[in-house]
Write a protein that binds this ligand. Structure first.
Ligand code: ATP
Length: 351
């Protein structure tokens, strides 16, 4: 099978688990994000793929070949770390040519490849400039050009954008994604920033508590999180406790019943957790009680211009709704409102 396969991969440092039970198939040409909170094992997993860390057990295969014990320098993978690790005393051209020189590529061929890569990253005029005299974004591009200079089979990026300011970071996300698509190079990006993962990835691998929690497209993970951990980590969400009532209904702590898509397997009377995304809630001025509508009091409003977040207390359950200025009904803190929770927007979460 083509692509990268990880089978029962795990890594322990002494008795401490860094990552366990990793089973993954990463198809060719895709950009895959390892996403998760600090310490969940993302970097360890990437370093095992790179050959910079040994496996405690399991197997890694690339295009059918077992590479679990292949030394890093024989894997021909391009890597970019947070630090970038460019050589400050060298020029842009020398930095990009470095891996080619190491591989014994002849001078004319090095020159041709460097100019091809400079064109790709739009820095043709800067070949002789020392990297110390580049902006953060330009350095970033040089690091990527150097990583892909020798046509690697895999590009591995470990939080490469985390040192950049928010605006540059967002534009680099788009730039790297466009470059990756143009080159069709299989890429793994480690990040703890869910917005970055959603912007860039074909496939997101959510890691938590040293294991994979879910694998899916960004929208699958956002809309249908596999469990409470993923629901909480991806995007903002209203997660609240409810009780299964049977007949497609759940009971809210305030006693109201909501219609929701709930499996018949959930025992009537059991305590469950529900997820509703803020953009799915609708606010209106108080109305006569209707299905899937709760009465509440506005407790907080965050108006950031393009969107307005309104937090409403509904009998002890705090729900936040996200609206655009056009949808807003002109609320203030303390106002009474009706909150509509569309049945199809509700997800019952497993633990
Ligand atoms: P971050 O986002 O903070 O970089 P991460 O998800 O990449 O975190 P890892 O760096 O892979 O997490 O670490 C996973 C776990 O393994 C952590 O608990 C960490 O303390 C532990 N760990 C990592 N490297 C070592 C090491 N060399 N020796 C001992 N424990 C380690």
């Amino acid at each position: 099978m083509t692509g990268l396969i990880l089978e029962n991969v795990e890594k322990y440092y002494g008795s401490a688990c860094a990552v366990t039970d990793v089973n993954l198939h990463l198809p060719e040409g895709k950009l895959v994000c390892f996403l998760g909170p600090s310490g969940c094992g993302k970097t360890t997993l990437l370093r095992m793929i790179a050959g910079l860390e040994t496996l405690t057990s399991g197997e890694i295969r690339l295009d059918g070949e077992d590479i679990s014990h292949t030394p890093a320098h024989q894997r021909n993978f391009g890597m970019v770390f947070q630090s970038l690790a460019l050589f400050p005393h060298m020029t842009v051209g020398e930095n990009i040519a470095y891996p080619l020189k190491l591989r014994g590529v002849g001078k004319p061929e090095q020159k041709a490849r460097v100019s091809e890569l400079l064109e790709l990253i739009q820095l043709q005029q800067m070949v002789d400039r020392p990297v110390a005299k580049l902006s953060g974004g330009q350095r970033q591009r040089v690091a990527i050009a150097r990583a892909i200079a020798s046509h690697p089979k895999l590009l591995l990026l470990d939080e490469p954008l985390s040192a950049l300011d928010a605006k540059l970071r967002e534009s680099m996300q788009v730039e790297i994604r466009q470059l990756q698509k143009r080159l069709n190079i299989t890429t793994i990006l480690v990040t703890h920033d869910q917005r970055e993962a959603m912007t860039m990835a074909d496939i997101v691998v959510v890691l938590g508590e040293h294991r994979i929690q879910q694998v899916g497209t960004p929208i699958e993970i956002y809309r249908n999180p596999a469990n409470e951990f993923v629901a909480d980590f991806i995007g903002s969400g209203n997660i609240f406790a409810a009780t299964a009532l049977g007949n497609g209904k759940v009971g809210m702590p305030g006693g109201e019943a909501l219609n929701v898509p709930i499996s018949n397997n959930i025992v009537v009377g059991s305590n469950i957790k529900m997820l509703v995304r803020p953009e799915d809630l609708q606010l209106s001025l108080p109305q006569a009680a209707a299905a899937n509508q709760l009465a509440g009091t506005v407790t907080f409003i965050r108006d950031i211009g393009a969107t307005i977040e309104t937090t409403v207390d509904c009998s002890g359950v705090s729900l936040t709704a996200l609206s655009t200025p056009n949808q807003c009904v002109g609320l203030s803190i303390g106002n009474l409102v009706s909150v509509t929770i569309p049945a199809e927007a509700c997800r019952v979460l497993s633990g």
